[in-house]
Design a binder for this molecule. Structure first.
Ligand SMILES: Cc1cc2nc3c(=O)[nH]c(=O)nc-3n(C[C@H](O)[C@H](O)[C@H](O)COP(=O)(O)OP(=O)(O)OC[C@H]3O[C@@H](n4cnc5c(N)ncnc54)[C@H](O)[C@@H]3O)c2cc1C
Length: 582
């Protein structure tokens, strides 16, 4: 029994990490490699958080994989790009800390741990017209991982997101996804998909889950393996409920474990990495616009605990960001079992032959731009007081070729989504509009105007296909513009989308060492934040895919190194691993 706090049990360690997503596990693995005795406390019965549901891409400019691939990059270009896109939200010290450490973070993990990467050689930054925009090579993703390598830990690994997987099978953007999209068109694609799917069926039969991990869950699997290899004490069902503080310094936290409250004392402090506040309705109502329509796709356990704990120790949440969350358009999916899923619209918006319209039938943006931009445009375009909704409109032929929301392309069946009302159908554009509640004349006018130019592959209204990012998201086989095709022959389909998010951007203000700052901008001794518990270094903007996980991994790495007192980068010539605890 602790005399000070009255809790039943006391455990000592060097560093306590709260949350087991990218931010937390990166900090834990880094600190453990540097010799610290680390505990990871996870609130849920499974590890991985939203990270395990994610695409897994990490924006890490100048990373060693790009260098090995020979992708030439002006070393100042990423900073120029961020300065331009972030504008008033550009924080020199934070951006410098991120850009300096990101390549070392990748090098550290690939050299010293089970976390190995693949490069995103062809993935361009979102705003190709901005100075310094990257044309490829700035992102990395965890290499696919066979979950058999986790041993018993696999039982405490989160399942991937139902909505974005196929029967629990994760599909990786790039050649893997392309094979699934072309399964009926190419024998090679057919063989690839056949192999992947039959192996998945065996895994389902033997382990009741997919074992061939890709995307965010591969990242978590590899980080968990690394943490276990380094002796990190990994605890599930252990929510942190309050911090331990002495004279302002944080020296641990109380965990509400199944057996009762446990006081964890951590000499080097605490890392808050509890996944931000996407499910904290109260804070959302203060910080989000039009909150009533908001559908986040982040893990339900991300209820803002980290922010509250940080505030209890004197930390401040940064409310000055351009947007409080990482917007993405989301549709509600009525599943046959009566549950309702949330589908993030990431891929099909960029393909040729789809437009997004408001209730008056008008388009409002270049639909092929980033998910953040689609929602930001929707929020700007809908008059105050009206529900913020839009519809993605296409033909049946488009749906069969590219999919529409969760309704996958041919040869997968579609009928259930039409019967459930997820997909609205019309033989004519006017009929479709009527079935959606869109102004029929407005939609007819929009589609007619769009088609005049789309037949020539042009989109003078919004410039679809004008950026490298647009074209990367499009269909290279569609000529002359990979992002534009007319919407002419019915039946016509629509799905309703509303503002949602991958998680939050607004978080605790930190310094370049990931230390939480108090109201005077002074670091609170022993308190770090990483991942979405810290205010996004991107200042509430979304300059590229991977700008959540890249910084989460990097600032977790920075926090772990700072807590361990590391000075020299581990990938520097001659740097040796510090002495490790027994
Ligand atoms: C479908 C989808 C695709 C995405 N794709 C990408 C992508 O490709 N690239 C990218 O950069 N971003 C992507 N994102 C966003 C990204 O996944 C998140 O921003 C990121 O995973 C957040 O990491 P985190 O470490 O902050 O939190 P999380 O991964 O959510 O981990 C936080 C953990 O803390 C736990 N926790 C909460 N409260 C407590 C408590 N009191 N005590 C202990 N534990 C607690 C939670 O249960 C959770 O497990 C995607 C998100 C989604 C949903």
């Amino acid at each position: 029994m602790s005399a000070e706090t009255g809790t039943a049990t006391q455990i000592d360690c060097d560093l306590l990490v709260i949350g087991s997503g990218a931010g937390g596990l990166s900090a834990a693995v880094t600190a453990a490699w540097h010799g610290l005795n680390v505990i990871v406390a996870e609130k849920e019965a499974v590890f991985g958080g939203t990270t395990a549901w994610s695409g897994g891409w990490m924006w890490a400019p100048l990373n060693p994989l790009a260098q090995r691939a020979g992708i030439a990059e002006d070393p100042d270009a990423p900073r120029t790009y961020l300065r331009h896109v972030l504008g008033n939200n550009f924080d020199e010290a934070q951006v410098t800390a991120f850009l300096d450490a990101a390549p070392h973070m990748v090098a550290f993990f690939e050299k010293n741990t089970a976390l190995q990467f693949e490069g995103g050689d062809k993935i361009p930054d979102t705003y190709g017209d901005a100075p310094g925009a990257g044309t490829g090579g700035r992102s990395v993703i965890a290499a696919p991982y066979d979950a058999h390598g986790l041993g018993d830990l696999v039982d405490r690994l989160r399942l991937p997101m139902r909505e974005t997987t196929f029967m629990g099978m994760t599909i990786q953007a790039g050649p893997d996804l392309a094979a699934f999209m072309n399964v009926t068109r190419s024998p090679r694609a057919f063989i690839h998909v056949g192999r992947r799917f039959s192996r998945h069926l065996v895994d389902l039969a033997t382990h009741r889950r997919g074992m061939q991990l890709r995307n965010g869950i591969a990242l978590v699997g590899r980080l968990l393996r690394s943490a276990a290899d380094l002796g990190v004490d990994l605890r599930t069902s252990s929510p942190a409920v309050r911090l331990l503080q002495d004279g302002g310094a944080v020296y641990g936290a109380v965990l509400a474990m199944p057996e009762g409250e446990v006081e964890v004392r951590s000499g080097r402090g605490v890392v808050l990495a509890a996944g931000g506040f996407p499910h904290d309705r109260e804070r959302r109502s203060r910080m989000f616009p039009a909150d009533q329509e908001h559908l986040t796709v982040a893990t339900p356990s991300a209820t803002g605990d980290g922010l509250r704990l940080g505030e209890s120790a004197g930390g401040k949440v940064d409310g000055t960001l351009a947007a409080p969350a990482a917007w993405c358009p989301v549709s509600l999916v009525p599943f046959p079992d009566g549950t309702v899923g949330r589908f993030p619209h990431i891929i099909e918006r960029g393909k040729p032959g789809i437009i997004g319209v408001l209730a008056d039938g008008r388009r409002f943006c270049n639909e092929g731009n980033g998910y953040y931009d689609y929602v930001a445009a929707m929020l700007r375009a809908v008059p105050p007081g009206q529900g913020v909704v839009s519809w993605l409109i296409c033909t049946r032929a488009f749906q069969r070729r590219y999919g529409l929301g969760i309704a996958r392309p041919a040869p997968l069946p579609l009928g259930a989504y039409i019967r459930s009302g997820y997909i609205k159908v019309g033989r004519t554009i006017a009929e479709l509009a009527g079935n959606c509640g869109i102004d029929p004349e407005g939609l007819e006018r929009t589609v007619a105007d769009y088609n005049v130019h789309a037949r020539m592959g042009e989109d003078p209204a919004f410039g679809r296909g004008s950026t490298l990012y647009n074209r990367y998201q499009g269909d290279a086989g569609n000529k002359p513009n990979p992002c534009v095709a007319p919407i002419e022959r019915g039946p016509f389909y629509a799905v309703k989308v509303v503002p949602g998010s991958f998680g939050t951007f607004a978080g605790l203000k930190t310094d370049a060492s990931a230390r939480v700052l108090d109201a005077n901008g002074v670091p609170i001794p022993g308190l770090y934040a990483a991942g979405t518990d810290m205010a996004s270094v991107m200042g509430g903007h979304y300059p590229a895919g991977g700008i959540n996980l890249g910084p989460a991994m990097t600032f977790g790495y920075i926090a772990g190194r700072h807590a361990a007192g590391a000075t020299e980068y581990e990938d520097a010539r001659g740097a040796a691993r510090p002495k490790v605890h027994a």
